[in-house]
Ligand binder design. Structure first.
Ligand code: NOJ
Length: 523
């Protein structure tokens, strides 16, 4: 394992590896099934790693595979240091990690610090009596006027408190009642959760994606939320200063490992200004998810404003940006943008040419739409089944899955699958591969500065530059062709949303929802 992990680490990098990396999120239940129970697993992921390596990404992030009662499909962890039997076992994990490292792929794990499962031994102990030594590992309070201790709401609806009849107190859960919040004000909790990080770091993982990590520091008074905020759950709007001290402690744990392990934080606050503090002074999170693109309509003005705002704020703060179009919590971006494959292609050009670390969600490289999930097949308490549909690997009736998967297929799996797209040079998959190849070739695209360029209404154009390496990107959002986009002389099309335009001289024309990456024409 040690040999494999060092093999992936360059001796002298031009920047920390996570800055030039593209990360690929795998939702283990939905990726690939090796044992025929209809649920994806770790051996299944290992069997499909060549797809990931050929795509040209640098790292994978695995959504939780730990022991869990699956009330929130793994985000309710009942044992942080073991693999749930549905996904395999620790040996399967070690094999997967080694196989990824052999292919030069780093591996990030999902770490869920804000809460555990209500079946976790820590919580069972905590709830067993008011005098349990672990009582204070979770957040217990007396009720108020026969109701919950304050007015906080849970992200899945209803109060964020549940009364425990046996001990007569309420416990806090910002998500499901099956996900009680840990009390990070207790140093024993801090130590225990640091121990979880060390367990996986010692096994050789390259870092973590920290689930809703902005929520771990709680206001001690647990004050009521004021009108205006009281009607919403806390996830999108809670930011409490004491989280920062906790993040510095977490960072120190990673830094014990030689400085190349990374912590990516999920902070779903939608204003980039609120994300900046979570980088600290370079001593908190290495990267913070920026989810703003996931909430935009397909409109040039909206994208221009969001990208310019985030890039400006983060670069002024010396903080490295990140970009996300899709994940397991939202409808896929193709679905959000009205189902258009052209828009999904143009969006891919944008995502992979902005300044910052892009995060891909498995299946977006195939241009997948969300599955339509009939009422009787719905399983997620948060209504997110559609984007969690299984990955279709080939055109055969089972699409590479040995048994019927746990969720229905995304639309048109007989044509829209990895094998069919692998064979088609103009598929969405081939476009992602060309874009990722272009990033690898160009320091400007990986690490360069970002500058907005003037362009006609309905388009977005920008330049990336690092030293003498320059790329220009133009994206059309409208329904009509546009002319006069950027200077034409001296530029050729390096990558286009359809390959037939590539290699040609730039003529300043964009078709509807078309996007191009231009490089200086040196011929
Ligand atoms: C964010 C995760 O992405 C989501 O899937 C989960 O339900 C919540 N955090 C709670 O862990």
């Amino acid at each position: 394992m040690g040999d494999d992990s060092t093999a992936t680490r360059p001796r002298r990098a031009e920047a920390p590896w996570w800055q030039s990396a593209v990360v690929y999120q795998i939702y283990p239940r939905s990726f690939a099934d090796s044992d025929g129970d209809g649920v994806g697993d770790l051996a299944g992921i290992a069997s499909r790693l060549d797809h990931v390596a050929r795509l040209g990404v640098d790292a994978v992030w695995l959504s939780p595979f730990y022991r869990s009662p699956m009330a929130d499909f793994g985000y309710d962890v009942s044992d942080h240091t073991d693999v749930d039997p549905v996904f395999g076992d620790l040996r399967a994990f070690d094999r997967l990690l080694a196989a990824a490292h052999r292919r030069g792929l780093r591996v990030l794990l999902d770490w869920v610090p804000n809460h555990t499962s209500s079946q976790h031994p820590w919580f069972l102990d905590s709830r067993s009596s008011r005098s349990s030594p672990r009582r204070d590992w979770y957040i217990w309070r007396d009720g108020r006027d026969g109701g919950p201790p304050n007015n906080w709401l849970s992200a899945f609806g209803g109060p964020a408190w549940t009364l425990d009849d046996a001990t007569g107190q309420w416990y806090l859960h910002l998500f499901l009642p099956e996900q009680p919040d840990l009390n990070w004000a207790n140093p024993e909790v801090v130590e225990a959760m640091h121990g979880v990080l060390r367990f996986w770091l010692d096994r050789g993982v390259d870092g973590f994606r920290a689930d809703v990590v902005h929520l771990i520091g709680k206001d001690e008074a647990l004050a009521d939320r004021p009108a205006g905020l009281a009607e919403r759950d806390l996830v999108g709007s809670y930011h409490e200063p004491r989280t920062h001290e906790l993040l510095r402690g977490i960072r120190r744990v990673l830094d014990e490992y030689g400085g190349d392990r990374v912590m990516v934080g999920e902070i779903p606050l939608l204003s980039p200004a609120l994300l900046v503090p979570y980088y600290g002074r370079g001593d908190e999170l290495h990267v913070v998810f920026n989810f703003t693109l996931m909430h935009l309509p397909w409109a040039a003005e909206a994208f221009r404003a969001a990208v310019a705002e985030a890039d400006g704020l983060l670069s002024a703060a010396g903080a490295w940006p990140s970009w996300v179009l899709s994940n397991h919590d939202q409808p896929r971006h193709r679905t959000r943008f009205g189902g258009s494959e052209e828009r999904a292609r143009a969006a891919a050009v944008l995502l992979l040419t902005l300044r910052g670390t892009p995060f891909l969600y498995a299946g977006e490289e195939l241009g997948l739409l969300d599955a339509e999930v009939p009422a009787e097949a719905r399983v997620d308490p948060g209504g997110r089944d559609g984007s969690r549909a299984p990955i279709p690997w080939d055109s055969a009736p089972g699409h590479g899955w040995p048994a019927r998967p746990w969720l229905p297929w995304p639309p048109d799996p007989a044509r829209r699958n990895a094998a069919a797209e692998d064979a088609d040079p103009d598929s969405v998959l081939s476009l992602y591969r060309r874009l990722l190849r272009a990033r690898r070739r160009s320091a400007a695209l990986r690490l360069g500065s970002w500058r907005l360029l003037g362009s006609p209404a309905g388009t977005l154009a920008y330049e990336r530059r690092r030293g003498g390496d320059v790329r220009r990107v133009a994206i059309g959002f409208g329904e009509e062709p546009v002319e006069g986009v950027l200077a034409v002389s001296g530029w050729r099309v390096e990558v286009a949303s359809h390959e037939e335009r590539e290699g040609g001289r730039w003529d300043g024309r964009l078709r509807p929802s078309e996007a191009v990456v231009l490089e200086a024409d040196r011929r």
